[in-house]
Write a protein that binds this ligand. Structure first.
Ligand SMILES: NC(=O)c1ccc[n+]([C@@H]2O[C@H](COP(=O)([O-])OP(=O)(O)OC[C@H]3O[C@@H](n4cnc5c(N)ncnc54)[C@H](O)[C@@H]3O)[C@@H](O)[C@H]2O)c1
Length: 248
């Protein structure tokens, strides 16, 4: 495995929220980081605000040509990949009893299929790095959440697939883990109705909502220090997975 300063990282869905914080954190550690997101998001980025060592590239994880193009670019520029963080995610949801097939397919395609197709495409480059870390951003919703069945299914699938992957790539020195965030303040969670958000915030044992940097710190650990941890799901939710301290 390379030293922190020579590591090359790819982060998907990194134009905003959690992904952007992960890019900043890995760049702070001296890694070269490819910040990727949908083309219109990349085009609207203020590149002057990016830390040193960050390169941008359009990547729609649903699209095989786009996945191939970003891997080809990393091959040409760097010849290896040490860290892959699958953070791109969407939640287009309704009760499973009435969700439209196209919304189910859209959610699974981005959150599950896109992530794993990219991993398959990236593995030869990670082998070239002689070890590395794959970190998939799942969600606490994988345990089941009312009205979000498609999202839960996509994140549960991501966790199952990551555990199987860990068994396959361990001998290559590559770890594969998931992070399951609870509530984190980002554009995605800003779509929660007010009353749901209030109730959620009151139920978090550490008495605050999460911020993207909370997840970035966990990615940093898994990517740079976690070589004996693989196939795991780290729940980062301010203790909410233990229970709700207000319901005594
Ligand atoms: N915010 C939370 O409370 C929370 C909780 C649990 C899990 N998560 C997960 O964290 C990840 C990041 O979410 P966030 O809260 O930062 O949301 P966000 O909306 O700020 O970021 C998601 C990013 O994914 C990008 N994206 C969407 N479709 C894409 C595609 N086809 N290809 C590439 N990029 C695409 C978006 O453009 C966006 O920049 C997601 O996987 C989400 O499911 C978030």
């Amino acid at each position: 495995m390379s030293t922190a300063h020579s590591r090359v990282a790819l982060v998907t869905g990194a134009g905003s929220g959690i992904g952007r914080a992960i890019v900043d954190r890995l760049a702070d550690e001296g890694a070269t980081v490819l910040l990727t997101d949908l083309p219109h998001v990349i085009d609207s980025l203020d590149t002057t605000a990016l830390p040193p060592g960050v390169e941008t590239h359009a990547l729609d994880v649903q699209d095989a040509t786009s996945r191939g193009a970003v891997i080809d670019t990393i091959t040409e520029r760097h010849g290896k990949l040490d860290i892959l963080v699958n953070c791109a995610g969407v939640g287009r949801d309704a009760r499973l009893t009435n969700i439209k097939d196209e919304d189910l397919a859209f959610t699974l395609n981005i959150n599950l299929f896109g992530a794993f197709s990219l991993i398959r495409r990236a593995l030869p480059l990670m082998k070239a790095a002689r070890g590395g870390a794959i970190v998939n951003i799942a969600s606490r919703a994988w345990l089941g959440i009312f009205g979000s069945g498609a999202y839960s299914a996509s994140k549960g699938g991501l966790i199952g697939a990551t555990r199987s992957l860990a068994l396959e790539v361990g001998e290559l020195g590559i770890t594969a883990n998931c992070i399951a965030p609870g509530y984190i303040a980002t554009p995605l969670s800003a779509t929660l109705p007010h009353e749901v958000l209030d109730k959620t915030l009151r139920s978090i044992p550490v008495h605050r909502g999460g911020v993207p940097e909370d997840i970035a710190a966990t990615v940093r650990h898994l990517a740079l220090e976690g070589s004996y941890m693989t196939g795991q799901v780290l729940t980062v939710c301010g203790g909410r997975s233990i229970g709700d301290p207000t319901s005594r």
